[in-house]
Design a protein around this ligand. Structure first.
Ligand SMILES: [Fe+2]
Ligand SMILES: [Fe+2]
Length: 293
């Protein structure tokens, strides 16, 4: 029997090191055969270190995607290339965005992509939500693109910084980047999901951002129009539906996180989405999936 332990939004950087070590030890006792992680493991300065720690402590195959927090304090390309380089030759760690379908059992395959919120659900233009992403990830912050650090020696003051980040042009540029990142997930899904469904009766898809409004739980309810643009990837959901409607004899289970509020959404008879419940500083397992060998 195979036992996949699903983790999401564990944010190990919110724990003192001894506690994150204890958390990993507690996972080890669950007799899993694989770990699946749907993003938000640490930040850019800790992600490689945490993944290496998980690899050496758990001694299991670890399949993961990255979440928005994993890019904090750096740029998306920088984190992706560091993760890719660090674990290129790893026997156990697999970044799914960079990988073809993985066989979990003869009937079950695993795919995954980081994805990104694409601003296409809810009211992006009117939304006043300013995620930390837009300040802490260099791709979104025009100030960080000009300078390595935000600090007393910077030529711009805090008000200039907020003007830059909240400005209409910046908001529009940000949307284009968000949509391009979600479109990368679509390209991945279109390239790999139909082939995976040919081979496996049941495919699991790990991703960070909920791809449907009905899966976009936040604080115990479905996100409103102010939050949805930043919390959901509409184009990813549309792509999954289009493909699964053509494969009624196959099952797709989507595992996502990001919004820290748990729920299950049955989108089609053959497409179900689990959204992870998470609390900063108190990581926990989401679910254990068992499969016949
Ligand atoms: Fe998170
Ligand atoms: Fe997140």
């Amino acid at each position: 029997m195979k036992r996949a332990i699903w983790l999401s939004d564990i944010h190990l950087d919110h724990l003192p090191p001894p506690e994150s070590a204890l958390f990993l030890e507690s996972i080890k006792k669950l007799s899993g055969t694989a770990i699946w992680i749907s993003g938000d493991i640490g930040q850019a300065d800790t992600i490689v270190e945490f993944l290496a720690q998980m690899e050496s402590t758990l001694e299991l195959p670890i399949y993961f995607v990255l979440g928005n927090h994993d890019y904090y304090l750096s740029s998306i390309n920088n984190v992706r290339s560091r993760v890719q380089k660090a674990f290129d030759n790893s026997r156990r760690l697999c970044w799914l965005s960079d990988s073809d379908v993985k066989e979990i059992s003869p009937d079950v395959g695993l795919l995954g992509h980081d994805s990104w919120a694409d601003g296409r659900l809810g009211e992006y233009e009117a939304s006043d939500l300013l995620l930390n992403d837009y300040i802490l990830i260099r791709d979104f912050n025009p100030f960080l693109q000009r300078s390595e650090t935000v600090g007393p020696s910077s030529p711009l003051g805090p008000n200039d910084l907020m003007d830059l980040i909240c400005g209409k042009q910046t908001k529009q540029n940000r949307l284009l980047i968000m949509q391009a990142l979600a479109d990368e997930a679509v390209e991945y899904i279109e390239r790999r999901l139909p082939a995976a469904l040919q081979k496996y009766k049941h495919v699991y898809f790990l991703t960070h951002v909920p791809p449907f409004k009905e899966a976009c739980w936040h604080q115990g309810r479905i996100s409103d129009d102010n939050s949805l643009p930043h919390f959901s990837a509409k184009v990813v959901g549309e792509t999954l539906v289009r493909i699964m409607e053509k494969h009624p004899d196959r099952q797709l289970t989507v595992l996502c996180g990001h919004t820290h509020s748990g729920g299950v959404a049955q989108v089609l008879s053959n497409l179900v989405v689990y959204t992870a419940q998470a609390v900063y500083g108190n990581p926990d397992i989401q679910k254990i999936f068992s499969f016949e060998d």
